[in-house]
Design a protein around this ligand. Sequence first.
Ligand code: 13P
Length: 250
Amino acid sequence: MTNKYIYFIANWKMYGDLKSVNSLNKVINFTKKYKKKKFKLIYCPPYTLLESFYKKIKRTKIELGGQNCHFEPSSGPYTGSISPTMLKKTGAKHVILGHSENRNEGETEQQINKKINSSVKCGLKVILCIGETLVQKKKKKTKQILLRQIIKGLYKIKNLNNITIAYEPVWSIGTGVVPSNHELEKNIKTIRNILKKNIKFKRPKVLYGGSVNIKNIRNLARIKDIDGFLIGGASQNAKKFIDIVKKTII
Ligand code: 13P
């Protein structure tokens, strides 16, 4: 791990209802107790809960993010979509883009790039998810995939300091399988090299995501050069989420 701020981003995916807002109480108390420690918590609940979450966390150090948005910056005839401006107005400061669950449903590199562009222009910080599938890994195409996703996703994006990269190998999402430390270190290094050499992004934050849980976090936290974690399933349970943070920073 680096000795900078460590990020813990809770991606709630399509889970949660109004009652789940109360689970934040425990997490808020935890952040107060450990306010001197260097960590940041960001909650990304479904759109329907953004405002309720914001009410709960607005006077705390916890920040809010969306899980996706449309590439149209403000408004337009896009049924079922939310714009970056709308996200911002809920109190969100961040947005997750390029998640493999959306890429898998047909989201293209070009759309992701347009979404990143509008989001940054609207003042949101972007968490760009990248990662190879199992088939790509087996065909030894990981580096090629990471290169393509980074170059296409960040094409002509200015203000790179508003971008955080989340390396999420598709085969480790929701499977309980995580890469070995060696493999993860190697891929994080590859990502940093691509960012530095190909797009002159010198000091990026790079997170890991995929089956992070209370059992594997101690081991994952040993990995060099990771700025934090993007956590799905385990982040919906306040106690588990807090334990993950504790095991990393305390
Ligand atoms: P899990 O932690 O449930 O594997 O999900 C990871 C993820 O997709 C976070 O964006």
